[in-house]
Design a protein around this ligand. Structure first.
Ligand SMILES: Cc1cc2nc3c(=O)[nH]c(=O)nc-3n(C[C@H](O)[C@H](O)[C@H](O)COP(=O)(O)O)c2cc1C
Length: 167
C-alpha cells in the first residue's frame, strides 16, 4: 500500500492547521519539522511552510534543507504554504524589473531546495492558502487571528483528497 505523510513548519499555527486538514483528506499522519520520522516507509511526502517578507522564511529554508538530508530519494513530494496577504502580487517585487507573485517565489524556493536531491519527483499538484486580513473601521488592514478560515481548511482537505486519488 502506498503511504503518505504531511510535514510542515509553523510559527503561529496556521500552517499546522492546514497540514492537519491535508492529512485528513489524504488519510495520512502529519508531523512538525521538530518531529520528522524516518521517511523510509513513505512514498509521498507533503511538505508545507509559510511566508515572511514575501518569501520563504529562514526557518522554512532550514527545515527544507533538513528534510532534504533525510531519506527522500525516490519519493514523490507535494508542496503547500500559507501566507498572510490576500493578494497574489508580491509587494517586494512589484516595482522591480521582474515582478512576481508570492506563489511563484514560494514554490520556486521550496522546489529549488528539495530538488537539489536529484532523485525526488516534485508534483505539480500544489496548494497555497492566501491569508485573510480584516479591514479596521479606519480602513486599515490587519491580520485576522482566525486565519485560516473554514473555506481554506475545506480546500486543504480537498487537496489531500486529490493527492490520495493520484497515489
Ligand atoms: C514577521 C511576519 C512577517 C510576515 N510577512 C508576510 C509577507 O510578507 N507576506 C505574506 O503574505 N504573509 C506574511 N506573513 C504572514 C504569514 O505568512 C502567515 O500568517 C502564515 O500563515 C503564518 O504561518 P504559521 O501560522 O504557520 O506560522 C508574515 C508573518 C509574520 C509573523
Amino acid at each position: 500500500m502506498v503511504k503518505a505523510i504531511v510535514l510542515y513548519n509553523t510559527r503561529t499555527g496556521s500552517t499546522e492547521k492546514v497540514a492537519k486538514k491535508i492529512a485528513e483528506g489524504l488519510d495520512a499522519e502529519y508531523r512538525s519539522n521538530k518531529n520528522i520520522p524516518d521517511l523510509k516507509e513513505y512514498d509521498l511526502v507533503v511538505t508545507g511552510s509559510w511566508v515572511i517578507m514575501g518569501m520563504l522564511s529562514f526557518a522554512g529554508k532550514r527545515y527544507l534543507r533538513k528534510l532534504r538530508r533525510k531519506n527522500i530519494a525516490g519519493k514523490k513530494i507535494a508542496l503547500f504554504f500559507t501566507s498572510g496577504s490576500p493578494d497574489d502580487i508580491n509587494p517586494f517585487t512589484k516595482d522591480s524589473d521582474n515582478p512576481r507573485t508570492t506563489k511563484q517565489i514560494m514554490f520556486e524556493s521550496m522546489e529549488n531546495i528539495l530538488s537539489k536531491n536529484k532523485d525526488v519527483t516534485i508534483l505539480q499538484n500544489r496548494f497555497y492558502c492566501k491569508g485573510i486580513v480584516k479591514m479596521t473601521k479606519k480602513g486599515k488592514v490587519q491580520a485576522n487571528p482566525d486565519h485560516p478560515i473554514e473555506e481554506d481548511l475545506a480546500q486543504a482537505k480537498a487537496f489531500g483528497e486529490q493527492l490520495k486519488k493520484q497515489l
